[in-house]
Design a protein around this ligand. Structure first.
Ligand SMILES: Cc1cc2nc3c(=O)[nH]c(=O)nc-3n(C[C@H](O)[C@H](O)[C@H](O)COP(=O)(O)OP(=O)(O)OC[C@H]3O[C@@H](n4cnc5c(N)ncnc54)[C@H](O)[C@@H]3O)c2cc1C
Length: 582
């Protein structure tokens, strides 16, 4: 059976980016355009609910902040790989987005005078992290969802797992996948699509993200001929809790937390004497790993080494008020109370700077010049090149709001035009359906003997943790790439042990593993080829940034043999690259 569902705009992903996009279409569309909001997990379990520390915006020019300063911090933080046109447009849009959420009921934390509070964050030279205690993402999601409920012309498709994308003659036609409740094949047909499927960092084991953050959107687009951009830049957040990798928000350093080594020394003074613990994440993560490598780390029973974050001097009242969730997490997952004990941490895989190649307007592109008609990407999955080689904390939820609003508006305008001119045809889905059904039902669900997918996943993630972590080198990466190719071969023979169609997570995990192998191979190929160090990509064998050769974006195209790379220029407007010191 094939379930066919028609809507004007298909929003794939219901995190902050997807919800913001849907709202923009509905509030400006005056009931003329319908929206499907599709998610493989229940809407409110989208990964965005886990965002903790804040959302960046320039709110107080009278106190010294400015658009230029926010833009400069972002560009410097990106190690000059950000496209500066995107950065300027982004910073100018953010104050409006924050106030819009305020009007929609967002319970932002406030100053004693009632104005919105903002806290410091790494790499920002002004306190511009707007926050709701340490549960910012949760409250943003609630606020957006509440707003969405005001509109009628949308439908919610929770627990629909999308496996591929339909494009015909360069035009978006829809998505295909599985209705998880009954295991039946489903085709969503739409005039426009917005992919907002989040990040890829589950390809690492020691990481901050939910189990479903498996790079689906990047892989689906890549297989449909849309390149992945700058995927070698994967962010390691400095403070992952030992031994799980669960995030301890940068808000904790924003509130004044110290990083200390085994001797109790605040070591950041050696690496970033001005910004100290509030240097950007790539700088802090490298400093922590250097301390560990040079013997000033602490052995953990898990075998991993770590340093500490120390919050004790903040005092009980402040920790309970501002870092309530963090205290709870530390007590549950580490077994110590940050009010009385330092907390063991080490860098943890966190955020995907790269993603689906889009133009500065977040419309998907086949190459440097050609847009995919009717398709946009928003949020973490998109790479319009806002973050370059290293994202600043709080610029992600901000990008979700900004790119959600931007793509929603464009999709709406596009659909209204298409409807007026009747320029688009209903897709002939049958050819696509047969091919995709064969792949996921016969080749994956149908295979009863072969490789164990969980063993492949474990090997992949353990290898990524060692070969593509904070410090990289050529030989190790070559070995890692070889391993990925071997795992890809083994994946072709992977078996499903559960034969049911209803809620068959064994089957879905295997499909996700295919996505993970794709994004890992793209990351590894881009990282091995980029013979320089920039932002989160640091190589011992090429420790310097090389602007002459490498001030360019990587585009990775799908071929059956593996990614084929090409490069495109970075948009430089106000600031030429210079030495990056903090
Ligand atoms: C613990 C943690 C704390 C963070 N804190 C902050 C912070 O304080 N400030 C900040 O700026 N950033 C923060 N970040 C980063 C930020 O939260 C994320 O980058 C952002 O929320 C991503 O939102 P999104 O809308 O792009 O995607 P997500 O919220 O990840 O949503 C993805 C959606 O896509 C759907 N989906 C994915 N694949 C499929 C598929 N195959 N079929 C159907 N649906 C699919 C999912 O179900 C989900 O609905 C944090 C990240 C983590 C991990």
């Amino acid at each position: 059976m094939v379930e066919i569902i028609d809507h004007d705009v298909l929003v794939l992903g219901t995190g902050i980016a997807g919800l913001r996009a849907a709202i923009e279409i509905l509030r400006k569309g005056e009931g003329k355009v319908s929206v499907a909001a599709i998610s493989k997990v229940p809407l409110m379990r989208s990964h965005s609910v886990g965002a903790e520390g804040g959302t960046a915006a320039m709110l107080y020019p009278e106190e010294g902040d400015s658009f230029e300063l926010h833009a400069w911090d972002t560009v410097k933080g990106s190690d000059f790989l950000a496209d500066q046109d995107v950065v300027f447009d982004f910073v100018k849009s953010m104050p409006y987005e924050i106030r819009l959420l305020d009007h929609w009921g967002m319970p932002w934390s406030r100053r004693p005078d009632g104005r919105l509070a903002q806290r410091p964050f790494g790499g920002h030279s002004f306190n511009r992290a707007t926050f709701a205690a340490d549960k910012t993402g949760f409250f943003e999601m609630r606020t957006l969802y509440d707003k969405l409920l005001e509109y009628d012309n949308w439908e919610r498709f929770d627990e629909y797992f999308i496996t591929s994308l339909i494009i015909e003659d360069g035009e978006f036609k829809g998505f295909m996948g599985i209705n998880q409740k009954n295991g039946e094949f489903v085709v969503f047909r739409g005039k426009a699509g917005i992919i907002a499927t989040g990040g890829t960092s589950q390809m690492f084991k020691f990481g901050t993200t939910a189990v479903g953050v498996t790079g689906d959107g990047v892989s689906i687009a890549y297989r449909a001929g849309i390149p992945a951009k700058d995927m070698e830049f994967l962010q390691f957040h400095p403070t992952g809790l030992m031994p799980s990798g669960i995030l301890l928000t940068e808000g904790a350093r924003g509130e004044g937390g110290y990083l200390i080594n085994k001797d109790g020394e605040r070591f950041m003074k050696k690496y970033a004497p001005e910004r100290m613990e509030l240097a950007p994440r790539d700088v802090v993560s490298r400093a922590m790993m250097r301390e560990i490598m040079e013997g000033r780390g602490v052995e953990h029973w898990s075998g991993l080494k770590h340093v500490y974050i120390d919050l004790r001097h903040l005092g009980e009242e402040r920790i309970k008020e501002r870092l309530h969730l963090i205290r709870e997490l530390v007590m549950k997952f580490v077994g110590v109370d940050p009010i009385t004990d330092p907390v063991p941490v080490r860098p943890t895989a966190h955020y995907t700077m790269g993603g689906i190649h889009t133009g500065s307007n977040y419309q998907a592109m086949f190459d440097e010049k050609t847009y995919v008609r009717g398709l946009w990407a928003a949020g973490e999955v998109a790479c319009a090149s806002l973050h370059g080689a290293n994202r600043l904390g709080t610029n992600s939820t901000a990008e979700c709001l900004y790119s959600g609003a931007k793509t929603g508006m464009q999709a709406l305008e596009y659909v209204l035009k298409v409807k007026e001119k009747k320029t688009t045809s209903t897709p002939s889905v049958s050819g696509h359906v047969e091919k995709e059904q064969k792949r996921i039902f016969e080749e994956i669900l149908g295979r009863e003997s072969g490789e164990d997918p969980y063993a492949i996943k474990k090997e992949l993630r353990e290898m990524m943790d060692t070969h593509f972590y904070v410090f990289r080198n050529g030989d190790q990466m070559a070995e890692g790439l070889k391993k990925i190719k071997e795992l890809k071969e083994r994946y072709k023979k992977v078996k499903t042990t559960d034969r049911h169609k209803e809620y068959n997570y064994n089957w879905l995990h295997i499909i996700e593993l295919g996505f993970l192998l794709d994004v890992a191979e793209i990351l590894a190929t881009g990282a091995y080829t980029r013979t320089e160090s920039r932002g989160s990509h640091y190589r011992f064998d090429f420790p310097k940034r090389d602007d002459k050769k490498w001030l360019k974006h990587t585009l990775a195209y799908y071929t059956p043999e593996g990614p084929k790379l090409s490069y495109m220029p970075v948009t430089i407007l106000a600031w030429k690259p210079r030495e990056r010191k903090y």
